[in-house]
Design a protein around this ligand. Structure first.
Ligand SMILES: [Zn+2]
Length: 319
């Protein structure tokens, strides 16, 4: 099996072990953080990241796929420090996380030039380090696949075709963005077995998700704990039905947890928990509640667990 880039260098895919396919050790706007650093407490951010990742490690997690890209405050030095202090491998990406906005820098350059930036992260290193990106990230959300979003998708696709690097695409089933995202990748000649459409578990429309799987991609059931989008029980029903339909080899289960996030004032997390918008959102929820529930439903045994948490991420990252 081929190797996978982590923030501590390349490892054999077979050594990735138990993988959480979508978690963030920190999520913040790099422009705000750069302009007003006093608004951020880096020590507290690091403590939150270490606490979250150590808790996952206690549940047997060996590797975290970390899809923080541009506009999420990607910082591979921060990630490397977390990996060194916890012993958990972190798999970094390149790409742009935008629902539409692009800086003038990229507005006035074409998709091929944008792709060159991603390829540099993949082949040479990120942010002046020798840490190389293991996958590509793009996003489509409520505004749909706008011209700018399409441009990012095409740049990601071209970098993937050029380098053989896999893709993770944030999606919004409510719009729904998934089919058009897949179509763009197909038009660009991407190997669909290297594509993961994230956040498909935000819908309980199993046929919608299955239609994406039928086009050859992986789907992320990766926002467990974000009750406001879909409660855990409903997410479990969707996961169980996809397993009953024989799709174990195409599923990624994760939480999209952010150990810290600057989108809301500090007190908002408690407000959201109190209002039921999030519940037990963490890097351990899937092991504490979801896996036991799926075992109870009779759709997950040790073999299926291994398929979803060990084999699928390794295959997506290296196939
Ligand atoms: Zn995410």
């Amino acid at each position: 099996m081929a190797s996978v880039q982590t923030v501590q260098g390349a490892v054999e895919a077979a050594d990735l072990g138990v993988v959480l396919a979508h978690e963030h050790v920190r999520f913040r706007d790099e422009a705000v953080a750069s302009e007003w650093p006093g608004r951020y407490d880096e020590g507290a951010e690091m403590r939150a990241a270490l606490e979250a990742v150590r808790a996952a490690a206690e549940r047997g997690v060996n590797t975290i796929v970390e899809p923080t890209a541009m506009f999420g405050g990607r910082d591979v030095r921060f990630m490397k420090s977390v990996a060194e202090q916890t012993g958990v491998r972190i798999v970094p990406c390149t790409g742009i996380y935008s629902y539409d906005y692009l800086p003038h820098y990229f507005e006035n350059r074409d998709a091929d030039v944008m792709a060159e930036h991603f390829v540099a992260d993949i082949e040479r290193g990120i942010q002046g380090t020798d840490i190389r990106a293991a996958f590509l990230k793009c996003a489509a959300d409520a505004p749909g696949v706008t011209d700018n979003v399409e441009k990012i998708h095409r740049a990601v696709a071209r970098a993937s075709v050029q380098t053989g690097t896999p893709i993770m695409a944030h999606s919004m089933p409510a719009v729904p963005t998934g089919p058009r995202q897949v179509e763009i990748f197909e038009e660009e000649g991407v190997d669909m077995a290297r594509v993961q459409i994230a956040h498909c578990g935000d819908t309980d429309d199993v046929d919608y998700i299955e239609a994406l799987i039928d086009r050859g991609v992986y789907v992320g059931l990766d926002r467990y704990g974000l009750e406001v989008l879909q409660p855990i029980d409903k997410r479990n029903e969707t996961t169980a039905e996809l397993l009953r339909r024989g799709h174990a080899q195409r599923l990624m289960i994760s939480q999209d947890f952010c150990a810290s996030i600057d989108w809301f004032p500090a007190e908002a997390a408690q407000t959201a928990e109190n209002a039921g918008a999030i519940r037990n959102w963490s890097m351990t929820l899937v092991f504490d509640e979801v896996v036991p529930a799926l075992r109870e439903l009779g759709v997950l045994d040790d073999e299926v667990f291994r398929t979803i948490f060990v084999e699928n991420p390794a295959r997506w990252l290296t196939a």
